[in-house]
Design a protein. Structure first.
Length: 187
């Protein structure tokens, strides 16, 4: 059962996200990509987990450049996530949740412990690394299998930064939080 404060915060953030114009989201997404690409952790990572954005999430397609790096994207598998190596954004197709996911016939699974850097969306983040997801627990379950050295980068628009999120024992925090105007080392 989800902490009661999480549903309330998600509803508040959804309402806030509805007022952001497409142009503002596009500009902020471009700046978020620039901030992430400038991180030393990004430059040294060889296997990177990205995500295909929903309309209200930062669009990270500007980071996808498979020359020299392996990119993988999440795919819902049962009640969990698996990340699959994707050599082209054209290999992403609508999945059961209407999210773009890698085509399993053309994109092999990447073991969680092989991912060096994972870019993680969320409904809200704190500057200390707290993350509020969409409520399915998919990323939290996946993060239990990643290597401890893997860098976890939470991304959101600046208006999604909050002072606190209700955290439970199964919730994973991120190492960095990146918005269009901030790159924050969490913790």
């Amino acid at each position: 059962m989800d902490h009661p404060g999480k549903a309330s915060l998600r509803a508040q953030v959804r309402k806030t996200l509805k007022v952001i114009s497409r142009g503002t989201r596009t500009g902020a997404s471009t700046e978020i990509c620039r901030q992430i690409a400038a991180m030393p952790e990004w430059m040294t990572a060889s296997t990177i987990g990205l995500y295909a954005a929903q309309n209200t999430e930062p669009d990270l397609s500007g980071l996808f450049n498979p020359g020299g790096k392996t990119f993988c994207f999440p795919r819902v598998s049962g009640d969990g996530l698996e990340f699959r190596h994707c050599q082209s954004l054209e290999l992403l197709q609508p999945g059961p949740w209407k999210l773009l996911e890698p085509d399993p016939a053309q994109c092999p699974v990447v073991p969680p412990q092989d991912i060096d850097l994972l870019v993680i969306p969320g409904m809200a983040f704190t500057r200390t690394g707290g993350r509020l997801g969409r409520g399915g627990g998919f990323y939290d379950r996946f993060l239990t299998g990643v290597h401890p050295r893997a860098v976890k980068v939470g991304v959101c628009f600046g208006i999604q930064l909050v002072d606190a999120v209700p955290l439970e024992a199964h919730d994973h925090e991120v190492d960095w939080v990146v918005t269009e105007s901030d790159v924050v080392r969490a913790g």
